[in-house]
Design a protein around this ligand. Structure first.
Ligand SMILES: *Cc1c(COP(=O)(O)O)cnc(C)c1O
Ligand code: SF4
Length: 356
């Protein structure tokens, strides 16, 4: 029977959460990754230079969803530093989306009306080779620095901001305590109406969605949207679906954003399968991004004409709510722009549907 005197006087120090151990246990050596997948003979396709610039990092649980012996596995392609990254390509730059122009020292990016994005941290559990932030100078510019103070001051000073977006890096790479420190102080700002979290962690390390995180989320005073990031249906295994279910029970609205990536998801079949599996897990597709033209990512690019054609075919196959908006980020634009409104006109259209 329970008795108060059974409480130990000096409880052991709290164990760090399990997800942090899994985080540290991530694969960081290209050769180790290839060996695990039975692809040791592919080491000549790996670039040490690319890996030195942006290190390989992938949690073991994500590797477990890759197909053994398949060099073209769509999950592997997202994380393996290939020789292709070292080829320069015209139009691909270090700051593809103009973040360096609009960034502030406090880690707050205010590009769109009513919404401010906090670059909370530079850390991610996985390093995605196509990531537009691979060249971002995080050290100087994260909002979590100095107990969020400069970021909070910027948010407090601008009452036109109604939505705070936690991004990064991956905001859920911060401890839940650090996130709670932010939300506690945000409570005092009457103009904040919504919180949004952009994170890939529920996909690549679903153990991050633990009881502590769920308790924090369900105690938030604002409606909360979480935009996860999966590019291929194979990323959504049982553990990920269970994490989605826990998030939904905590009142979180789940959306997904993907990047259109050559060799990963550039087929109607792959995109439709992704949307179907997301919806089965209670997640609505939100954005399909046309690749940001960042140095080292040219081998992932799908040209605009093909991207639009794929998107149109997806629209013909699925209900509208399962078709993500195909957008491109254009530096200086007031929002992410539908690709259809900005793509250079094509002169190759021979499809009879378009003739008069
Ligand atoms: C993408 C982005 C947002 C969010 O845009 P939505 O269209 O609301 O999803 C907000 N701020 C910045 C700086 C962004 O890059
Ligand atoms: S998790 Fe997101 S921010 Fe981190 S490397 Fe991948 S795409 Fe970039």
């Amino acid at each position: 029977m329970y008795k108060p005197d059974m409480i130990p006087v000096n409880p052991l120090p709290k164990q760090p959460p399990r997800w942090q151990a899994l985080w540290r246990d991530a694969i960081r050596e290209p050769q180790a990754l290839l060996d695990l997948l039975g692809l040791s003979h592919l080491s000549h396709r790996v670039s040490a230079e690319a890996a030195a610039q942006f290190a390989l990092r992938v949690p073991r649980g994500f590797v477990a969803r890759m197909k053994h012996g398949d060099p073209d596995d769509p999950l592997l392609r997202q994380v393996l530093p290939l020789i292709d990254e070292t080829y320069s390509a015209p139009g691909f730059t270090l700051d593809a989306v103009g973040d360096l122009q609009s960034s502030a020292a406090n880690g707050v990016l205010h590009k769109y009306q009513g919404r401010a994005l906090l670059v909370t941290t530079g850390s991610c559990a996985v390093h995605c080779r196509y990531c537009f932030r691979r060249h971002f100078p995080y050290a100087e510019q994260t909002a979590a620095a100095n107990d969020w103070e400069p970021a909070l001051a910027a948010l407090a000073a601008d009452t036109s901001i109604h939505e705070v977006l936690l991004s990064g890096g991956d905001p859920l790479s911060l401890s839940t305590g650090k996130l709670a420190q932010l939300s506690e102080q945000l409570r005092d700002l009457a103009h904040i109406r919504r919180l949004r979290i952009h994170t890939r962690l529920p996909i690549v390390l679903p153990e991050r969605v633990d009881d502590e995180l769920l308790a924090w989320l369900s105690g938030l005073p604002w409606p909360c949207a979480m935009v996860v990031h999966a590019n291929h249906g194979n990323e959504l295994d049982e553990n990920v679906l269970a994490a989605f279910a826990r998030l939904r029970r905590s009142g979180v609205n789940l959306l997904n954003q993907s990047v259109l990536l050559k060799g990963v998801n550039d087929s109607v079949t792959a995109l439709a399968e992704l949307s179907e599996r997301l919806f089965a897990g209670g997640v609505l597709p939100y954005y399909l991004h046309q690749l940001d033209r960042v140095n080292g990512a040219a081998h992932f690019e799908v040209d605009d004409t093909r991207a639009l054609a794929l998107h149109a075919q997806l629209g013909a196959k699925l209900p509208g709510y399962l078709v993500p908006r195909l957008v491109r980020e254009v530096a200086g634009a007031p929002a992410k722009l539908p690709l259809a409104s900005i793509a250079a006109p094509t002169h190759h259209v021979t499809d009879s549907r378009y003739s008069v």
